[in-house]
Design a binder for this molecule. Structure first.
Ligand SMILES: [Zn+2]
Ligand SMILES: [Zn+2]
Length: 343
């Protein structure tokens, strides 16, 4: 079959690889849609903690069951894949934080992923409920976005986004916009988005109460006006270029939470904080990385009903022109690029 193989950071080859065989107890999936994530671009440009090369990337995957051995969905059924392959027994798994499993392997990171005609889905994924039937009426390309939406659910659960919260999101890329839609659904009373790119500002306006350009506007004054001087209950960093500093904390209300949704570049990865400010105002900082399988299932249900992800898809590419999709994502030209044709 044809696959896009990351040989090493900086080098992706489109080449013929051996067809995967249906593993014992597992599935062989005919891939129908694989969306490109900012993390794929990061892995291509710089590598990533969980990446092992050579590797077929792609962790936002949907397709049709082509072959199966044992249980699980039948041949011909439409499914979306939760990419974590976890043990189910370690302390993290028992706490339903399967994304932090001690023995986790991740499809598209250290197992081959969806930028290929076929995907091997291991037995554990079938047994653990990581293969989700796509609801009727949901297209493959929409179902592929269940994984990134699930990552937003994880972040908002950890940051406790709920009824009446005011939420400020940095970044109106695909993740920032999913966060905005989700925060509303979870009962946020006000959603503001900070974004510098014009085309993203325009799209964000339909999902947020206010979109500001932090390069042009005085963010602090605007945000304080918007919250009647109280600050925000939750700030979500869905952008890699926001310093976590006292200025950011000054935008938080007492008991406010900051979610570190995006991984930060080395120059922003360390911070000096006034910890007494956190102490007196009961501020919280929460990390989030990936999602658990239950959140993935919830995301797929939301896509079938209350969250329209179609408007986030701004580019569709053939597998053989995957670099165009990677550039679309890396250069932040539009929003989401999806590989939808594998011929
Ligand atoms: Zn991703
Ligand atoms: Zn585990």
């Amino acid at each position: 079959m044809i696959a896009a193989v990351l040989e090493a950071p900086g080098r992706m080859d489109l080449r013929e690889v051996e067809d995967p065989k249906c593993p014992p107890g597992g599935l062989l999936l005919k891939v129908e849609a694989s969306s490109i994530c900012g993390t794929d671009v990061k892995m291509y440009e710089r590598g990533q903690r969980d990446l092992v090369c050579p590797r077929i990337l792609g962790h936002e995957i949907s397709g049709v069951v082509f072959e199966r051995d044992g249980r699980g969905p039948k041949v011909g059924e439409r499914v979306q894949i939760y990419p974590g392959v976890y043990c189910g027994r370690c302390p993290s798994c028992r706490k339903k934080a399967e994304n932090l499993c001690e023995r986790i392997r991740i499809i598209g990171f250290n197992l081959d992923g969806g930028f290929a005609e076929y995907l091997l889905v291991p037995k554990e994924s079938v047994d653990n409920g990581s293969v989700n039937l796509i609801p009727d009426g949901v297209e493959f390309e929409e179902a592929a976005l269940a994984e990134p939406l699930a990552c937003c659910i994880n972040s908002q659960e950890l940051a406790g986004v709920g009824d009446g919260d005011s939420v400020l999101i940095f970044g109106a890329g695909p993740a920032g916009l999913l966060h905005a839609m989700l925060a509303r659904l979870r009962g946020a009373s006000m959603v503001a988005v900070a974004e510098t790119l014009d085309h993203r500002v325009r799209i964000a306006r339909s999902s947020a109460d206010l979109v500001v350009d932090p390069m042009r506007d005085n963010l602090y004054d605007l945000m304080m006006d918007l919250t009647a001087g109280r600050g925000f209950d939750v700030i979500i960093l869905a952008s890699r270029d926001v310093p976590v500093d006292s200025e950011l904390f000054s935008l938080l209300t007492p008991r406010g939470r900051i979610s570190l949704f995006s991984g930060l570049p080395p120059n922003l990865a360390s911070a000096r904080l006034d910890l007494n400010r956190l102490h007196y105002r009961e501020h919280m900082v929460v990390g989030s990385y990936g999602c658990n399988p239950a959140q993935n299932r919830e995301a797929l249900e939301l896509i079938a009903g209350r969250i329209d992800v179609r408007r986030l898809i701004t580019e569709r590419v053939y597998l053989r022109e995957i670099m165009r999709g990677m550039e679309h994502t890396g250069e932040r030209r539009g929003l989401k690029a999806v590989v939808t044709d594998f011929g």
